[in-house]
Design a protein around this ligand. Structure first.
Ligand code: PLP
Length: 401
């Protein structure tokens, strides 16, 4: 999107504001499906925890996407947005047994990642097909927080415990219809992905009645200049070839499933915030914006580097700034960053604000969560109103004291 279009939206809907470009989401969805066009049965399940606004869900549904969910509330939001239960997969970690039963009763595919839960569920509901989340123990990328396939991860059932899984299946006569892996969001190298995939293919041979193989996500998108991006086209070529040969070996047609979040929505998102103050100190120039980690926590939580542009002065002379929030804690968005000269009142734009930004927002410091706008066909559509004071009071009870 153009700086002028974004500025116009900030004027129309106010600051701070999340804007999502529908065309970019569509572009990414098509890129992924085109990369795997030779696979007869391909299923993309959008990981909705990245961005869960129901209009975004509807947009993805209309593109043909399924949904990957991690809580019963996400399942309910998906159903509300128009997804049918057969288009939803539930991949929780550490939720209660009752929640898994409730979701299964809705007709949603469940994915189990714990031996005790598997045994309990198979004993009680042997007729309900279940997918198993395997931990292939592949270290994806370098960031501990987002590598979930390694040995000490809480996710998945270890690949070394396959004999135990098989024993449970034998004892309970339950039906395993899919196997799954998700090695985290930081796969730098498609060779690592293909290596993990081999482990999943190998495990799949042990199960006779599979309908699908789910390779999760971990597709990387660039956040700043020079960042590596997953080469989806090359992965598509290589994995398709291997998948088709595996199908022959397995003797039956299978569905190839993915569950990308970031890949589909990250780059479609822009976060706009107004500069309240410029503060010169002995060594730094701070630009203080009317937001903080209550609205966008990724830089503080993960050390993510979102590109920041001054859309009020896009062609201005570049200077060095430290961009901070208004929260009464250290909430630094960017350190010593080159940005077009900033004046108080300017609007800054954060790139890659589609994934894990609004969905992680909170009311810390009793601030309102921002509004959300979908940019579609050259027009901004409000898809979430800015919160109001009533929202802060909602559910609170002032007792007699
Ligand atoms: C979060 C998550 C995803 C999506 O990861 P991205 O890095 O956003 O693509 C996929 N599968 C599972 C099980 C997840 O928890």
């Amino acid at each position: 999107m153009q700086p002028t279009e974004l500025e116009q939206l900030a004027r129309e809907f106010g600051n701070p504001l999340y804007v999502y470009d529908a065309e970019k989401i569509e572009f990414q969805y098509n890129r992924l499906t085109n990369a795997f066009a030779k696979v007869e049965k391909l299923r993309i399940n959008y990981a909705m925890k990245a961005l869960s606004n129901i209009s975004i869900l509807k947009l993805l549904k209309n593109l043909g996407s399924g949904l990957d969910t991690v809580s019963i509330q996400e399942v309910q939001l998906g159903l509300h947005a128009g997804f049918t239960p057969d288009k939803i997969i539930f991949t929780p970690n550490g939720v209660s047994f009752e929640e898994i039963e409730e979701v299964a009763a809705l007709g949603v595919q469940i994915n189990i990642d714990n031996l005790s839960v598997l045994e309990h569920f198979g004993t009680k509901h042997p007729k309900v097909p279940v997918c198993i989340r395997i931990n292939p123990h592949v270290m994806a990328g370098g960031n501990e927080n987002i590598s979930v396939g390694h040995i000490d991860s809480k996710f998945g059932i270890s690949i070394y415990q396959i004999p135990h899984i098989l024993r449970i299946v034998e004892n309970t006569k339950m039906h395993i219809n899919g196997i799954h892996m998700h090695t985290g969001s930081d796969i730098l190298d498609i060779e690592v992905f293909l290596y993990a995939a081999e482990i999943l293919f190998d495990a799949a041979k042990q199960f006779k009645d599979l309908d699908f193989l789910d390779f999760g996500s971990g597709f990387k998108v660039p956040y700043k200049k020079g960042d590596i991006e997953t080469n989806i086209e090359e992965l598509g070529k290589k994995l398709t070839k291997r998948f088709l040969s595996f199908e022959k070996e397995y003797g039956r047609e299978l569905t190839l499933a993915f569950e990308p979040g970031k890949f589909l929505v990250s780059e479609a998102g822009y976060f706009l915030a107004k500069v309240n103050v410029i503060k010169q100190t002995t060594s730094t120039v701070f630009a203080g914006i009317d937001s903080g980690f209550n609205h966008l926590i990724r830089p503080m939580f993960y050390g993510s580097q979102h590109t920041i542009e001054n859309i009020s002065n896009p062609k201005g002379k570049e200077r060095f700034y430290t961009v901070v929030g208004y929260i009464c804690e250290t909430d630094t968005f960017a350190n010593n960053r080159k940005i077009s000269e900033i004046h108080e009142g300017d609007t800054l734009c954060f790139r890659n604000a589609g994934a894990y930004c609004f969905s992680m927002a909170s009311n810390y410091n009793s601030r309102f969560k921002p509004a959300e706008v979908l940019w579609k066909d050259g027009k901004g559509h409000l898809i979430r109103e800015r919160e109001t004071f009533e929202d802060l009071l909602q559910n609170q009870i002032m007792i007699e004291l």
